[in-house]
Ligand binder design. Structure first.
Ligand code: S3P
Length: 172
């Protein structure tokens, strides 16, 4: 059986809310690579993007994943762009079962619109940005994922139950 469950997926697909409930249901610990990075850098994600740039943030993501790879019995929520480096995909696959959460662009827009803590969506036309980023990243999410779940019309409880049954099937 795999040691951990890693959640990947675009911003607003439910990684945080699902991750927390999933960890509770499995009696696993919950960790979020964005929060690890913020704690390490002593800056928020928008501050890191503004002061150090996106490339520096992407390096920090890989470092966070390396630390995560030593853990056991964790649900790991990741940032939406983590799949763009193949090195990160390799690290995640070694660390646990990778689940990709997806949602339609409209739902992603509605779930993220009130929030100003995602630098990539601070543009005059966030919907356009969501659509183009999704298209750009789509194949990487597919490569990363052991399983994919469309969260658009599912309750959190249902998503958690689905992941638990996938996890149980992975047991030898
Ligand atoms: C990003 C997603 C964010 C965060 C950063 C960049 C991305 O995480 O890592 O703003 O590139 O998609 P969430 O997916 O948790 O919003």
């Amino acid at each position: 059986m795999e040691d951990n469950i890693i959640l990947v997926g675009f911003m607003g697909t439910g990684k945080t809310v699902v991750g927390k409930e999933l960890a509770q249901a499995l009696d696993f610990k919950y960790i979020d690579t964005d929060l690890m990075i913020e704690a390490e850098a002593k800056m928020t994600i928008p501050e890191i993007f503004k002061n150090l740039g996106e490339d520096a943030f992407r390096k920090m993501e890989t470092e966070a994943l390396k630390r995560v790879s030593h853990l056991k019995k964790y649900v790991v929520a990741t940032g939406g762009g983590i799949v763009m480096k193949n090195e990160n995909i390799d690290l995640m696959k070694k660390t646990g079962m990778v689940i990709c959460l997806t949602a339609t662009p409209e739902i992603i827009y509605n779930r993220t619109r009130e929030n100003s803590d995602r630098p990539l969506l601070q543009t005059p036309d966030p919907m356009k940005k969501i659509i183009s980023l999704l298209k750009f990243r789509e194949s990487q999410y597919q490569i990363a994922a052991d399983f994919t779940i469309d969260t658009s019309n599912l309750a959190v409880k249902t998503i958690v139950e689905t992941i638990i049954s996938l996890w149980a099937k992975e047991e030898p």
